[in-house]
Design a protein around this ligand. Structure first.
Ligand code: HPA
Length: 270
């Protein structure tokens, strides 16, 4: 694994002159952020040694290097989901490569179903913590001390500093912002009403099929993490609307300008 990480990082270093310290995983709801990246250099995943190739509809696969809010950034356009069949090491491989490139701060976004009864479709939720309900942990197996410690703490998996900064930015821009706990599940099924209810009772505010593996690995690698969810549907025992991929995409598109505003400002201020 170490050899693969270094090989991939070396390839990227050979292509990119100035490496950033900030990386952004452009999940659902944040795709349009690419339009704000200036002097963008695209590297398709298909050209990157050892990189998996993104398959799911609505996600194209590129690493993008450029400037955002006056800062040098790299962005992942398209991520690797566990439900697509990638194993946890593949899902989180790009985060390992980011670390090898010198990334210190990771921003992630996703679409999620809301269980919190205060939430509305189109809300943005700052992720304050997560519950890992994926069937495995990306750190299972041999630990490489070069990458991080065997038993990493997850006490502040999402940086309090960045959470507070994002709340300030939302307030200044008049954006309704929620906070909550993200439950990560394998998917690809959306939840049964009983499952949404269960996730709410155990302390979850929103549920989705990504983010947790990457955030675990980023913490293992001592990165500072900020995550945000766009609430694209609501679930629970009293909710009869049926979530669909199309509806999720539509709701995420609508919330996108708010997500982009928060991320752009956050990048410029850290
Ligand atoms: N459940 C799981 N993942 C999701 C959902 C949901 O309701 N909405 C968007 N991603």
């Amino acid at each position: 694994m170490l050899k693969q990480i270094n090989e991939t990082a070396d390839y990227i270093k050979s292509k990119v002159d100035n490496l950033p310290k900030i990386a952004i995983i452009l999940g659902t709801g944040l795709g349009a952020l690419v339009d704000s990246i200036e002097d963008a250099q695209y590297i398709p995943y298909t050209e990157i040694p050892n990189f998996p190739v993104s398959t799911v509809e609505g996600h194209s696969g590129n690493l993008i290097f450029g400037m955002l809010g006056g800062k040098r950034v790299m962005a992942m356009q398209g991520r690797f989901h566990y439900y697509e069949g990638y194993d946890m090491k593949e899902v989180t491989f790009p985060v390992r490569v980011m670390k090898a490139l010198g990334i210190e701060t990771l921003f992630v976004s996703n679409a999620a179903g809301g269980m919190n009864k205060e939430f509305q479709v189109g809300d943005i939720m700052i992720i304050t913590d997560h519950i890992n309900l994926f069937p495995e942990n990306p750190l299972r197996g041999k630990n490489y001390n070069e990458l991080g410690t065997r038993f990493p703490a997850m006490t502040e998996a999402y940086s309090h500093r960045l959470i507070n900064l994002a709340k300030d930015i939302a307030k200044e821009n008049d954006i309704r912002i929620m906070e909550g706990v993200y439950v990560g599940t394998s998917g690809p099924t959306f939840e049964t009403p009983a499952e949404y209810e269960f996730f709410r009772i155990i302390g979850g505010d929103a549920v989705g099929m990504s983010t947790v593996p990457e955030v675990i690995v980023a913490n293992h690698a001592s990165m500072e993490v900020f995550g945000v969810s766009v609430i694209t549907d609501l679930g629970g025992k009293d909710i009869t609307e049926v979530p669909t991929h199309e509806e999720v995409q539509k709701a995420a598109m609508k919330a996108q300008p708010k997500m982009v505003e928060i991320m752009k400002n956050l990048v410029s201020r850290i």
